[in-house]
Design a protein around this ligand. Structure first.
Ligand SMILES: [Fe+2]
Ligand SMILES: [Fe+2]
Length: 185
């Protein structure tokens, strides 16, 4: 059986570390598309990594880049909104009971659409400026802080359906998702 365990480094340049995670998320999306793969194990790893990765960006990377004027408040909020949209799509993927169903594949394609868009935009409008404008020491320092949070979230099972549900609800409360889309409870 394929091993989808997620590496947990503890130091590095934040730009390199984040882009490496993006490639890992893309690999896991490919595994979830593959009928011959253990799609459920890939989904568990994907959910944990996606949530841990994004929450740690919001806590430890975006605010620091904003305070250093590498990105502005608008770029930060745009990133947070895309995280919220991705988490909402992830919730539907987690709610699909089986993995060999049309429901699962449709939910997966919806996740891929928002996540691929976000990865592209983050690499272009946040990571490129960080590489260019943040000094090496800052990138290393941010790498360490981001990993500490990411790894702690990974250990706590950040991608559980209950946690993702709570995160999506909070995103609605914070106005990061349009309210007319909120599903009836
Ligand atoms: Fe990212
Ligand atoms: Fe992100």
């Amino acid at each position: 059986m394929t091993d989808y365990s997620i590496p947990q480094p503890t130091s590095g340049d934040v730009v390199d570390l984040i882009t490496a995670d993006h490639r890992l998320l893309e690999d896991l999306m490919r595994a979830m598309r593959d009928e011959s793969a253990d799609r459920d194990a890939a989904r568990v790893a994907f959910a944990d990594l996606l949530v841990a990765h994004s929450e740690a960006e919001e806590d430890n990377v975006y605010p620091k880049l904003k305070s250093k004027k590498v990105i502005d408040g608008e770029e930060e909020e745009h990133g947070e909104k895309e995280h919220a949209a991705t988490n909402e799509a992830l919730l539907k993927l987690l709610q699909a009971k089986g993995t060999d169903t049309q429901k699962f594949e449709d939910a997966l394609e919806a996740v891929a659409e928002v996540l691929n868009h976000h990865i592209g935009e983050e690499e272009l409008s946040i990571l490129n400026p960080a590489r260019e404008d943040a000094p090496e020491t800052t990138r290393q320092e941010l790498g360490e802080k981001w990993l500490a949070k990411r790894n702690q979230l990974l250990e706590s099972g950040a991608g559980s359906i209950d946690n993702v549900e709570a995160i999506v609800k909070k995103a609605y409360d914070d106005g990061l998702l349009p309210n007319d889309d909120q599903p009836d409870e």
